[in-house]
Structures are given as C-alpha cells and as structure tokens.
Design a protein around this ligand. Structure first.
Ligand SMILES: Cc1ncc(COP(=O)(O)O)c(C=O)c1O
Length: 417
C-alpha cells in the first residue's frame, strides 16, 4: 500500500514507537525483562485500593453507570467534572479559572498533538515551530508535528554538583528563541531528566513568551498540581498566557486515558472544536474518577501521602544503587527533583547510548537511550549520545538487578574502546 506524506510521516519508526513497543513487550510478552524503560507508573497498593473504592462507588449506582457508559461527553467534557476541577484549582491554588478554562481530552499525548498543531507548523509561507527552551525534553513530542522542522530547541547550561550529580538550567543568555516560534514548551517536572525548572525560570520564560505574543505550554503530566511527583519546593504557575496540560496517567491510571487542558477561554473553545473533529468526545471513566476523588477530598491526599513519598523513596534508592554499582565509571546523575525517572550521563561513552541500550536489551534489561530526547537540537553535541533514562517505577529487586547489568555493559563499552 502506498501512503500520503502524512501516512509516511506517522508510520516511520520513531523514538516513542520504539519505546512503547518495548513497554508492550516487557509488560505482556516477556515478563522476565527488567523494565527500567517506558513511562508506566508504579502500581502502588494504596492508590490501587483508592481507585477501586471510587470505581465501586460509581458502578454501585445505576444513574452513574448510565453516565459512565451510555452518554457521549460534551465537546469540552462533562460540565460537572470541569466545575469540580475549576473549584479545586481555585480553592487550592488560587487560579482564576472557571469551567470555560478547562477541556477534557483522551490523554495528554493526544491533547499535545492538537495544541501543538493548532499553534505551530505551516502558516501560509512561513514555517513556525514549538520552541523547547531546555533540550532534552519528552520524546513523545518528537514526531507529533504535521509539518517538518516542527521543533526548535536550546541547549541548557550544565551545573556540575557534588557526589557525581549535575543539573540542567535554562540558558537565558543563549536562548535564541526563533522569530518564527509559535509557543514555548516545557514539561515540569521534566521527562526525561527529573528536573524541576524553578519558579523564577518559569516566570522568566512566561515573560519572554508574553513579550513575543506566544503562549507557554507547561506539561504537568507528573504534577503540579497532581500527582505532584516532586522532591523540591515549587509553585504551580498558571495565567491566561499559559496552556497547562495535566494527566491522570501518572496518578496510576494510564489505562483510562485521561488528559486535561487549562488555558484561556478562547483557546479552550478552539481546542474543543479541534478535539471534537478528531475524537468526537472524550472517554468518561477518567473524568468521573477524577470528579469523585476531588469531591471526596482524596486527590491531594493521594498525591501527597501516597504517590509523592513512594517516588521520592524509589528515586533515592535508584540513585544510591547507581552511585554504588557504577562508582568506577565516569557517570553523573541528574539531580532527581521529580517525575519517575533518573537521567544519567556517561561522560565520553565510546559507543552511542542507543548501542548501549541494544546491548542491555540483549541481556533482558530495558532502558531508554538518551539521544531521542534531544528534540529540535541540530548541533553536534556529544552529550546527546552519552545519556540514558532509567525508570524507578519498578520493584526494588528489578532496579538493583537492572543497575548491575547496566554497570557491566557500560564497563565493557569503556573497556573495549
Ligand atoms: C511529559 C509527558 N507528557 C505527556 C505524556 C502523555 O501522557 P498521557 O497521554 O498518558 O496522559 C507523558 C507520558 O509518559 C509524559 O511523560
């Protein structure tokens, strides 16, 4: 069969397709794989019990079952869900929002596809881009543009820290936002690095975006405000120039495909029109669970007392394992400030991170090669090929066994140089 340009673009192999194929293989075909790849959240018993209780309360009432199964949602999402979320955001964070600032989507991945393509791409004769102020960024963005050269990006500065740690910062001195940028975009906490851009960095980026008349997209899949997987202080920042994306996935609900967009009223109305053309309506399960958790005051309790402590502890565990098992190697770890990953930098690695990933895969260890995350960066920067993303949303036995294999394979790569 021959395909259109769209068909060719969306069927070519891409980082996110490789990553999700690995995820599928590890979760359903080969359960022996040590799975430090993928972005699947951990299955945390206290969270699972809470979801079960809310699900049972929904299916315990016929009227709720009918609402769950028998109705299309309105284009923006069920108004009572949007109202519950708006009052939650107003009450807890002081955001000046109503239901008109909120849209429900089938996952934040599909929300991003719509947001990004509404803003960037071909505008008449001009090619416009989404600018990523800190590359590396989330690999799932990479192939989402309908046109070429869809992303531009800036290199961060690298701060070297004690104990073989490091941290990326926005390089405001060399940000070079192209005149054709249609939006800035960050994930916060950042996938893949676990970085948490500071409030000052976010405010500075928003000021630069506003001065250009373009929005700042903040992808809050890992929180703020929920699931709030962050280990350093930070404020949830939103205003009419910010398009915020939230997700139910990292709460522990990736199967329900629940995404949320918070933006100014005009943008939300346009987003809803596009989302209706593409999806007709969003699924009902995620929004109903969310509403039930908000109305019973369970959402913050879940984030702050169950999810955040779980990942803070798993993050400290994996960092300690790397520091112990890889102490003879030139490895640095990005300061773990949030999300469910650690990002390691193997300085002067003699093979690419993709080759190291393949060697680990042969030994039934899945990690994610770093080079796919440097979206929009055309510079020849050796650092791009020296990093790996490791998930710590796995049992400790898998983390320990995985780090041992990784250390052996990395050691072999340096030795065979
Ligand atoms: C930063 C980031 N944004 C968006 C997504 C997409 O999440 P979902 O479509 O499950 O809401 C992910 C998933 O891993 C992510 O890591």
């Amino acid at each position: 069969m021959s395909y259109s340009d769209f068909g060719k673009k969306f069927t070519q192999s891409s980082g996110i397709v490789e990553l999700m194929n690995d995820l599928g293989e590890a979760l359903s075909i080969n359960p022996n794989m040590l799975f430090l790849g993928g972005g699947n959240p951990a299955q945390i018993p206290a969270a699972q019990a809470l979801f079960k209780a809310h699900l049972q309360s929904i299916v315990g009432q016929q009227s709720q079952i009918d609402r769950l199964l028998g109705n299309y949602q309105s284009p923006q999402g069920d108004p009572s869900v949007c109202d519950a979320l708006a009052s939650y955001l107003k009450r807890n964070l002081g955001w000046d929002v109503t239901r008109k600032n909120i849209a429900i989507a089938n996952g934040s991945q599909s929300a991003f596809f719509i947001i990004a393509n509404l803003l960037a791409g071909q505008r008449g004769d001009q090619e416009t881009s989404i600018h990523l102020p800190v590359s590396p960024e989330y690999v799932g963005y990479a192939d989402s543009g309908l046109s070429d050269n869809f992303f531009s990006a800036s290199k961060p500065t690298i701060e070297l820290l004690p104990n073989r740690m490091f941290k990326y910062h926005v390089d405001f001195d060399h940000l070079d936002i192209p005149m054709t940028a249609a939006a800035l975009c960050i994930s916060r906490p950042t996938n893949p690095t676990g970085n948490m851009l500071s409030d000052t960095e976010v405010e500075h980026l928003n000021a630069l975006a506003e001065a250009r008349g373009i929005p700042l997209i903040i992808d809050g899949a890992y929180g703020l405000p929920f699931p709030d997987i962050r280990f350093v202080p930070a404020t949830a920042i939103w205003n009419n120039n910010i398009i915020m994306m939230l997700s139910l996935s990292k709460l522990g609900l990736p199967g329900v495909r629940g995404g949320i967009v918070i933006g100014n009223e005009e943008f939300i109305s346009d987003f809803n029109a596009a989302n209706t053309v593409i999806s007709l309506a969003s699924g009902t399960l995620g929004p109903m669970l969310l509403e039930s958790m908000i109305n019973n005051n369970d959402l913050d309790q879940l984030s702050n007392s169950v999810i955040q402590p779980y990942y803070q502890s798993s993050s400290e565990f994996i960092v300690a394992e790397i520091q112990r098992e890889m102490s003879d190697l030139p490895v640095r770890i990005h300061k773990a400030e949030g999300a469910i990953f650690v990002w390691i930098w193997l300085q002067d690695l003699p093979i690419t991170s993709h080759a190291l990933y393949q060697r680990c895969k042969q030994r039934e260890l899945l990690v994610v090669p770093g080079e796919h995350f440097f979206i929009g960066l055309s510079d020849q920067w050796s650092h791009k090929y020296e990093c790996l993303r490791l998930s710590h949303a796995q049992p400790r036995s898998a983390i320990s066994a995985g780090i041992k294999i990784l250390a052996e394979e990395a050691r072999a790569a340096y030795r065979d140089r």
